[in-house]
Design a protein around this ligand. Structure first.
Ligand code: SER
Length: 880
């Protein structure tokens, strides 16, 4: 019997032999379609190739595409486990032509593969075509020899395939398998077509139109082919099973679940094992593609599927977390074709285990509450919305989990009541926000959050994505289209909004009608605000927008942010555990880290910290991210910001390898911090790290600024350049410069002292010409090139020379003039040095001055008044 893995290979090999490029499945999160929650068919990754916006280096392709249908428009979640053919995760086999072959080749390809290579009995096959598509009908007749009654014309949208409200579309032809008249059901188009007798196995779309936003349809320049066949469906058929869950692959997972719970795979727990097998696939593949459980958007869909599976695990009798133990069985089945699954195995297991451990703490109590409530309901009754909301809010039961639990008992939920309770809680949150007075104009963002939901952040692993414009806000008011300055709100974005010290991203927003430059990104109530300026055309609400982050800038921000974590850890290692982060800035050009520490770091400490960070950069350890409960994160030794409030779960960023005992359960991790920011994926990407010194910013808090990567190299190069210039000046080697400067400084000090002495001598020797005023010997002089403090000793020397007399000196210092006066003791009763200085200072435009009658000093403002100052002093002496 061919396994599902064999069947997948047969399909891909057949089309490869027929000139098709074997293209890998794209990740489950679409990057090129903002309206789509998850990739739900094989053509999604080729959407822009069909419309001609994008070209590839092949015109024929074949894929086995991972698809998830849970959440959003295509949602099979509710039926999984209870039906034969519903999955949240499935693989879609497809062949594609981009303007190459069309109907005349696509139909024979399908017929040959099904009847020759898969060996399906042609008499069991019948097809549908769009009612006007005579061409397709004629080809079927010719190629397959099908009689008219087995070529059924369908007028409805069932045979006109559209990917969504916009995008490529066209008529299609579907191939059905007839399981025989012992099974109830009618052919397609008949009243009982929903029976199980005729099962659709393959859809071939003739892509020839594009559905536009305004509702009109345009013909595409090229005619293309998009086909889709569910692997599980064709697998069941080829393995002679009626139920997809009986195929080898699904059966292996069901048995793994039964073994792990020591139950019978086909016993009463069967439905639980089926749900678990399906949900194991969707959750594992979603996590491997970068989705993390959260309370918003895709992360919440993942969480809902996880928790749903976990309730079924609990119902199946699992006493401990179960899901993570089944991952090896899944990797054994699917890891070969999807190597990303094996690569992410550890992350998948840990994420599943963490979520299940946390959820189990409330699951039991929630189920008991549910049991109590159910006990009070009549048969076929409805659970109150308030109770469903309590289960959601307090016990973490997504609404569909509660519905799933009740479905087994034939009971329903008052969903209107649930919605009302939810709306009430939101209104309370909003009132609390408004009451806090933090931002009076925040109301508009709350309204937007309520209307459109919060913004989903895609930027952890991507710098470009398509988003849908939900709102444009100009001067605080919402508008339908905008030019000039505008705040743009989209449903999903790769732009990081400023938080936790990391600055907001900048970049471009481009739509069909315009482009805007984003100069900053912030968030309010988890609505991301792209602060932008329209540079060309205009932006319109409802448009799809290409969102492109300035990636070079983001890369340096990322490097700086990761380096901040290393710096934090290196400081704790060097200085002690009292080091606690008090703030940080992660900008594109530098990083800043504030931490508690009482004194300046000496040069040795700073060098050691810098060397430690660089050592980890060179070791190029991995950076990994996990989501967990705050308590678990703290148990792991994660650094949290002091006084910060954390929600139910936190993002934990681990990096580097510890030497000796490190953090984490394995004792091997260097740094573990709670952090929502963006980081490098390996530490080597930081490149280099250099500190610019440390400074005190307040009592007990110090700040280190540092550079990484190219900025660090540029800085070091500039420093080196300066040293080389100095060495050049000294005509010395670079390593001799310090000694040379020391010698020079010593020499300078000595010379300064010598010059001062010489100046004093010179002044006294040259200018000491005494005049007789009022019977006293008086020396009045302006002296250049000395400072105020030189005047005192000069006056003493002059007194000694005169024996008896009065001296007034004005120093022309080059800056503010200084005055000093001296009176020998014998004359100090007649003339006071203080009066002389006061008179001189006043003439010099200064204020004050003082001292003793025998010696006083002061300062002036205007040296041009030096002579007037001496005249003023002279007048005082003359009057004595
Ligand atoms: N896009 C079509 C489908 O999803 C064929 O692949 O059915």
């Amino acid at each position: 019997m061919a396994s599902l893995n064999d069947i997948r290979s047969t399909f891909l090999d057949y089309f490869a032999r027929n000139g098709h490029a074997a293209v890998d499945s794209s990740p489950l999160v679409p990057r090129n379609d903002p309206t789509l929650m998850f990739v739900n068919s094989g053509m999604v990754q080729f959407k822009n190739v069909f419309t001609g916006v994008e070209t590839r280096d092949y015109v024929r392709a074949t894929t086995s595409q991972k698809c998830v249908r849970a959440g959003g428009k295509h949602n099979d979640l509710d039926n999984v486990g209870y039906t034969a053919r519903h999955h949240t995760f499935f693989e879609m086999l497809g062949n594609f032509s981009f303007g190459d072959y069309f109907k005349a080749e696509a139909i024979p390809f399908a017929w040959e593969l099904l009847t020759k290579h898969f060996g399906i009995d042609p008499n069991r096959l019948l097809v549908t075509v769009y009612h006007t598509d005579d061409e397709a009908a004629a080809i079927w007749k010719k190629v397959a020899g099908l009689p008219d009654e087995r070529i059924i014309r369908i007028a409805s949208d069932d045979n006109f395939w559209r990917m969504g409200p916009t995008g490529p579309c066209g008529p299609c032809t579907e191939i059905f398998y007839d399981h025989g008249d012992h099974i109830p059901g009618g052919p397609p188009g008949s009243p009982d077509e929903d029976g199980d007798r005729f099962i659709e196995i393959w859809n071939i779309v003739f892509m020839q139109n594009e559905q536009l936003e305004d509702g009109s349809m345009r013909p595409l320049d090229q005619q293309s082919i998009d086909t889709g066949m569910g692997l599980e469906r064709i697998g069941a058929l080829l393995q002679g099973k009626h139920d997809n869950y009986d195929t080898d692959l699904m059966r292996a997972l069901i048995e793994a679940s039964a073994n792990a719970t020591s139950t019978d795979p086909d016993g009463p727990q069967n439905v639980h094992h089926r749900v678990i097998a399906d949900h194991l696939r969707s959750t594992s593949f979603l996590i491997a593609d970068g989705v993390m459980p959260s309370n918003e958007g895709r992360g919440y869909v993942l969480r809902r599927i996880m928790r749903r599976a976990m309730r079924h695990a609990h119902q199946a009798g699992a006493k401990d977390p179960l899901m993570h133990r089944l991952v090896p069985a899944l990797v054994a089945q699917m890891g070969q074709h999807y190597p990303e699954l094996g690569r992410a195995q550890a992350l998948v297991e840990e994420t599943l285990r963490g979520e299940e451990e946390r959820f189990r703490t409330t699951l039991d109590r929630g189920l008991r509450l549910l049991e109590d409530e159910v006990g009070r309901l009549p048969d076929g009754g409805t659970l109150g919305g308030e109770t469903a909301f309590k289960l959601y809010d307090t016990y973490g039961f997504p609404l569909d989990l509660t519905q799933d639990a009740l479905r087994e008992k034939g009971l329903g939920v008052d969903t209107d009541g649930f919605d009302a309770a939810m709306a009430e809680q939101k209104a309370r949150a909003r009132a609390a926000w408004a009451g806090s007075g933090e931002q009076a104009d925040a109301a508009i963002w709350f309204d937007l959050a309520e209307e459109h939901g919060t913004t989903e952040f895609l930027g952890y692993d991507s710098c470009g994505a398509e988003g849908q414009i939900n709102a444009l806000v100009v001067d605080g008011a919402a508008t339908g289209d905008a030019t000039g300055k505008v705040t743009v709100v989209v449903n999903q974005t790769p732009f990081y909004a400023e938080a936790g010290g990391q600055v907001g991203d900048t970049g471009m927003i481009v739509t069909e009608t315009g482009r805007a430059r984003v100069t900053d990104t912030r968030k309010v109530a988890d609505v991301f605000l792209h602060i932008a300026e329209v540079e060309e055309g205009n932006l319109q609400v409802g448009q799809a927008a290409q969102l492109v982050v300035d990636e070079a800038r983001r890369q340096t921000i990322r490097a700086n942010h990761s380096a901040t974590h290393l710096l934090n850890e290196a400081l704790r290692g060097a200085l002690g555990d009292h080091v606690v982060q008090r703030g940080s800035l992660n900008a594109p050009d530098r990083l800043r880290f504030d931490f508690s520490h009482g004194e300046a770091l000496n040069l040795d400490q700073l060098s050691a910290v810098e060397a430690e960070v660089n050592r980890h950069i060179r070791m190029n350890g991995a950076v990994s991210t996990r989501i967990m409960a705050p308590d678990d994160a703290r148990d792991l030794g994660a650094q949290a910001l002091f006084g910060e409030k954390y929600g139910d779960e936190v993002r934990v960023v681990s990096m580097g390898q510890a030497q000796g005992s490190g953090k984490g359960t394995d004792g091997q991790t260097y740094s573990i911090e709670l952090c929502g920011g963006t980081h490098v994926s390996r530490l080597g990407e930081i490149g280099a790290f250099v500190t610019l010194g440390d400074a005190a910013i307040s009592s007990g808090v110090r700040r280190i600024e540092a550079l990484t990567g190219q900025a660090a190299m540029d800085y070091l190069r500039a420093q080196d350049h300066r040293v080389a210039e100095l060495a050049n000046l000294f005509k010395a080697q670079a390593d001799e410069v310090t000694d040379r400067v020391k010698v020079l400084l010593d020499e300078r000090k000595k010379m300064q002292a010598e010059i001062a002495g010489l100046r004093r001598e010179l002044a006294i020797g040259a200018g000491a010409e005494a005049q007789d005023i009022n019977g006293m010997q008086v020396v009045l002089q302006v002296i250049s090139g000395v400072s105020g403090k030189d005047l005192g000793p000069m006056i003493d020397a002059q007194k000694a020379t005169l024996g008896s007399g009065v001296i007034v000196f004005v120093a022309d210092t080059g800056a503010k003039p200084a005055v000093a006066a001296g009176v020998t003791k014998d004359l100090s009763e007649r003339v006071s040095a203080v009066d002389l200085v006061k008179a001189a200072v006043e003439a010099l435009g200064g204020r004050g001055g003082g001292g003793r009658p025998e010696m006083a000093q002061g300062g002036g403002a205007d040296i041009a008044q030096a002579d007037a100052a001496l005249d003023a002093a002279k007048a005082v002496i003359a009057a004595a």
